[in-house]
Ligand binder design. Structure first.
Ligand code: HEM
Length: 67
């Protein structure tokens, strides 16, 4: 099971809307300046801790967009 914002819990996360807004802002800034793709060296090995995460990290190749 993956924990999500306060799911099946009695308390709530007051920062969830801020966290989503921050994530959207960062992603918007990144895709405005770069294209990106998963590196050929990436090995798909999901690991469940509190969140689902890549066991060996995610190697991403960024390429600056020319304007
Ligand atoms: C991806 C980002 C975030 C995730 C996944 C997350 C998740 C959670 C979870 C699972 C809880 C526990 C809820 C419970 O006990 O039932 C929590 C509580 C809390 N979160 Fe977040 N959170 C995030 C971002 C933030 C941010 C940005 C802030 C503040 C700016 C924040 C402030 C808090 C506070 C103060 C609590 C404690 C609430 C209480 O005491 O009842 N969180 N959060």
């Amino acid at each position: 099971m993956t924990l999500r914002y306060g799911e099946k819990m009695t308390r709530n996360c007051p920062g969830q809307n801020l966290a989503v807004a921050e994530t959207k802002l960062v992603l918007a800034i990144i895709i405005r300046h770069y294209s990106f793709a998963v590196s050929p060296t990436y090995v798909h090995a999901p690991k469940l801790s509190i969140n689902l995460e890549p066991q060996f990290g995610a190697q991403i190749l960024f390429r600056a967009l020319t304007t």
